[in-house]
Write a protein of this length. Structure first.
Length: 230
């Protein structure tokens, strides 16, 4: 279980969202929706333990995530965005395999693994697996970032704009796949997105951040749509 307990987030003296109280069970795909610059990315980074909360706590299985060791955090939660700083001469397969780093010990570094091959297959990336990152499109690179996050195999997955740069067909495909693995692998997946249509088609819960910097949570799509335009 993931619990946000009286959580307030922001930077320095600037509060973006406050007094968030929610418990999330595993097996759920959540859409985090709202305008740019309103606190969505900061919320994800706080949940991931990258940014400290201004108040309250992020609890995983009843324990404060911000008190976890680096290794324990890495085993509990993964966050990925639209970072563009990947090493361009790496192949797609090598880049995805980086997500398996926490499973490697000593000098035992694999260039490939069954988990990596499975995700490459599930995301239909076989044709680009041996290409260098510099040779693929922005959309293909974004799928590579998603794949790297997935092979980390954590019970909680946070994705910041994962379908940026993807065409509509691939946006729908990725969201459908995330819904599937949330349910079949019993994960909590929170996706910050502006792709509202595919989010409403696939998510089971929606977190809406409005102009007044208030977070509203609902499992009813019509209520979520009303909150989004309120």
């Amino acid at each position: 279980m993931l619990e946000l307990k009286q959580l307030s987030i922001g930077y320095g003296n600037k509060t973006l969202l406050e007094n968030i109280q929610v418990k999330i069970e595993h097996g759920c795909l959540i859409g985090l929706l709202g305008a740019n610059g309103i606190g969505k990315s900061t919320l994800l980074k706080t949940i991931a333990g990258i940014i400290p909360p201004l108040h309250g706590s992020v609890n995983v299985a009843g324990k404060n995530l911000h008190q976890f060791s680096i290794e324990k955090k890495a085993a509990a939660i993964t966050i990925a965005g639209t970072e563009r700083d990947a090493i361009s001469f790496m192949t797609v397969q090598e880049f995805i395999q980086l997500g398996r780093h926490r499973f490697e010990t000593g000098f035992s570094v694999q260039s490939n693994s069954a988990e990596t091959q499975n995700v490459i297959s599930q995301l239909e990336m076989e044709k680009i697996a041996q290409k260098q990152l510099s040779e693929i499109s922005d959309g293909e690179r974004q799928k590579s970032i998603i794949a790297r996050a997935l092979v980390q195999a954590t019970p909680i997955l946070l994705l910041d704009e994962p379908t940026a740069f993807l065409d509509y067909k691939n946006k729908a495909f990725v969201f459908s796949y995330l819904r599937k693995i949330a349910e079949t692998e019993n994960k909590i997946i929170i996706v910050s997105t502006h792709d509202i249509e595919v989010a409403f088609q696939n998510c089971q819960q929606w977190w809406i951040v409005n102009e007044n910097q208030k977070l509203s949570i609902t499992a009813k799509s019509e209520e979520a749509k009303a909150l989004l335009i309120a």
